[in-house]
Design a protein around this ligand. Structure first.
Ligand SMILES: [Zn+2]
Length: 62
C-alpha cells in the first residue's frame, strides 16, 4: 500500500488558473504554451512547454 500524500498547497511550483483556463508562461509571461505531458514526472502536475521562450514548466493539477 502506498502512503497517500495530503493535498497540501504546493510551494515553489507554478499555479495556473486551473488546467482548463489560459496558462501563462512563468518565465516570459507568454500565453503560447503547449501541454507536452498529461502525466509529468509527478502525478500531480502537467508538463507544459512555452513556445515563446522554449522553456518547460509544470502546472499543478487542481
Ligand atoms: Zn515563455
Amino acid at each position: 500500500m502506498e502512503r497517500m500524500e495530503p493535498a497540501a498547497a504546493p510551494s515553489g511550483e507554478v499555479e495556473g488558473n486551473g488546467v482548463d483556463g489560459p496558462l501563462i508562461c512563468p518565465w516570459c509571461d507568454g500565453e503560447d504554451v503547449e501541454k507536452i505531458s498529461e502525466y509529468g514526472p509527478h502525478l500531480m502536475v502537467y508538463s507544459f512547454m512555452c513556445r515563446e521562450c522554449n522553456s518547460p514548466f509544470e502546472v499543478i493539477k487542481r
